[in-house]
Design a protein around this ligand. Structure first.
Ligand code: HEM
Length: 177
C-alpha cells in the first residue's frame, strides 16, 4: 500500500532540522565568524554553536535511519528531467553535507583544542585565527554549499506550490498518512 505523507517522525525532524540548520548557518556566518577570537563573548558563542552542531548531527543521523526504515510517498516529478536530477542531488546532498559539516566542525574543534577551552574551563586562550587549520577552510566551504542548497530547496518547494500547483508540501505536513 502506498502512503501520501512521510512518517510523522520524519515530518517533525524535517522541521526541527530545518530550523536548527538555518539558525546555525546564519549565526555561524554573521555572528561567530566575524567575532574576534580574543573577544570576551567568543567562548560562549562557540559553546552554543558546538552544541547546536552536534545536536544537528545527531538529528540528521536519526532521520536518516528512520527514512531508510519507513515507507515513503512515491518520488515526485517536476516533469523536467534536469530539475528532477537536481532535486534528488539536493535531497541526498543534505545528508552528505550536513554530516560532513558537523564532522569538519568536530575535527576543527579537536585540532584547535576547543573541548578543553570551551567545556572544561581551561585557562588556555583560543588560537588567534581558526583559518590556520585545514578543517576550518573545509567548514567554511561546506557552509557556502549548504546555504546555496537551502535556497535551492526552498525555491523548489515554492515552484511545486505556486507554479506546478501540486501541493507537494502536504507530504511534509502533520496528519493522517
Ligand atoms: C551542521 C552543523 C554545523 C553548521 C551548519 C555550522 C555552521 C558554521 C558556519 C556557517 C560557520 C562560519 C563559516 C564561515 O563563514 O566561514 C561556522 C564556523 C565554525 N564552526 Fe560550525 N557549523 C556546524 C557544526 C559545527 C560543530 C559540530 C562544531 C564543533 C564541535 C563547529 C565549530 C565551528 C567553529 C570552531 C567555527 C569557526 C568560527 C570562527 O572562525 O570564528 N561547527 N560553522
Amino acid at each position: 500500500m502506498s502512503v501520501e505523507k512521510y512518517h510523522p517522525a520524519l515530518v517533525v525532524l524535517h522541521w526541527i532540522i530545518a530550523l536548527v540548520l538555518i539558525v546555525a548557518l546564519t549565526m555561524g556566518t554573521f555572528v561567530l565568524e566575524p567575532m574576534a577570537n580574543d573577544s570576551a563573548e567568543k567562548v560562549d558563542a562557540l559553546k552554543g554553536h558546538m552544541i547546536a552542531g552536534i545536536l544537528l548531527l545527531s538529528l540528521m543521523l536519526i532521520r536518516l535511519i528512520i527514512k531508510v526504515k519507513t515507507q515513503k510517498p512515491t518520488r515526485s516529478s517536476t516533469g523536467n528531467a534536469l530539475l528532477d536530477k537536481l532535486s534528488m542531488a539536493t535531497h541526498h546532498g543534505f545528508y552528505f553535507f550536513v554530516i560532513l559539516m558537523a564532522l569538519s566542525g568536530i575535527t576543527l574543534s579537536i585540532v584547535a583544542g576547543l573541548p578543553d577551552i570551551v567545556f572544561a574551563g581551561s585557562a588556555e586562550s583560543l588560537p588567534k585565527d581558526f583559518h590556520e587549520f585545514v578543517p576550518r577552510i573545509v567548514h567554511g566551504i561546506i557552509a557556502k554549499i549548504l546555504i546555496i542548497m537551502v535556497i535551492a530547496h526552498i525555491a523548489g518547494a515554492l515552484y511545486h506550490q505556486y507554479v506546478l500547483k501540486d501541493n507537494l508540501i502536504a507530504r511534509m505536513k502533520f496528519g493522517k498518512r
